[in-house]
Design a protein around this ligand. Structure first.
Ligand SMILES: N[C@@H]1[C@@H](O)[C@H](O)[C@@H](COP(=O)(O)O)O[C@@H]1O
Length: 254
């Protein structure tokens, strides 16, 4: 299998197209069964997709369970960089109440117990759609290189690498590089790959090398998103800058 690639004119069009594809799959899942499940990613790359997802009509959110991909360990719940906070403000506040929102508690007294709780909950769901991004270091969720491609645990505790922590700081989520936590709870690549449909929204020039590695490179733990090359329904949505290093990038693009 190979990832399907769609290149849109800009990040706004990218977000709309990715949200539209996910929304169609969700509506279809809800037409076929009593409930559906979706994973929603965070980060700057997901802004336009989430804004467009909110505008989608005909999704009965009261039958949808929402999971998130990853969360820092130890950030206060109201910290602007927290992913639970991000999803509450950017997504849930604008939707009708979903069936459930399975939030990762990065401040839990026992991280091991929190992972057990999350593993139990996600084990009860077949994920229909997963929205995700790719980091500048080609991470998938917080699976930084070298990623664990083998673990069957749906959620794992990970150490964040320096490139990842630097990216989070340079995107403006933290005031100093040292403020970025060193540990996170992330959904594993194996669990992400269990999703029926995977939708990657990856705009911006700074992602071009990671995009090329994920799509055209070898499947390797050093480039975690390359794991999705084996998925049967994974589409990556790009803008011209993020697609600029691809072998078949149209000429004349940046
Ligand atoms: N851990 C998050 C992921 O949930 C996200 O999908 C991806 C892209 O992030 P960004 O949009 O900040 O580049 O990596 C982030 O660091």
């Amino acid at each position: 299998m190979a990832m399907k690639v769609e290149i849109l004119q800009d990040k706004l069009a990218l977000g709309k197209r990715a949200a539209g594809a996910g929304a169609s799959a969700l509506r279809q899942a809800l037409a076929e069964k009593s409930a559906a499940s979706v994973i929603v990613a965070t980060g700057a790359s997901q802004f336009e997709m989430i804004d467009a997802l909110i505008q989608e009509r005909g999704i009965e959110w009261s039958r949808v369970t929402i999971f998130h991909l990853d969360e820092y360990v130890g950030l206060p719940p109201d910290h602007p960089a927290g992913f639970r906070n991000y999803l509450q403000k950017r997504l849930l506040a604008h939707l009708p109440m979903p069936k459930d929102f399975v939030a990762i508690d990065g401040t839990a007294a026992s991280i091991a117990d929190e992972i057990t709780r999350l593993n139990t909950l996600i084990g009860m769901h077949d994920i229909d759609v997963c929205f995700a991004g790719i980091g500048e270091n080609c991470h998938l969720a917080f699976n930084d290189p070298p990623a664990d491609f083998e673990t069957r645990s749906p959620y794992i505790l990970v150490q964040l690498d320096e490139a990842c922590r630097r990216q989070q700081w340079s995107e403006g989520w933290f005031s100093t590089p040292d403020d970025v936590p060193r540990r996170a709870i992330t959904m594993s690549v194996q669990q992400i790959a269990k999703s029926g449909k995977i939708i990657l929204s990856v705009p911006d020039r700074r992602k071009a090398a990671a995009v090329k590695a994920a799509i055209e490179g070898a499947m390797t733990k050093e480039m975690p998103a390359s794991f999705l090359q084996t998925h049967t329904d994974c589409t990556i949505y790009l803008d011209p800058p993020s697609a600029s290093l691809l072998r078949h990038a149209p000429r004349g693009w940046p």
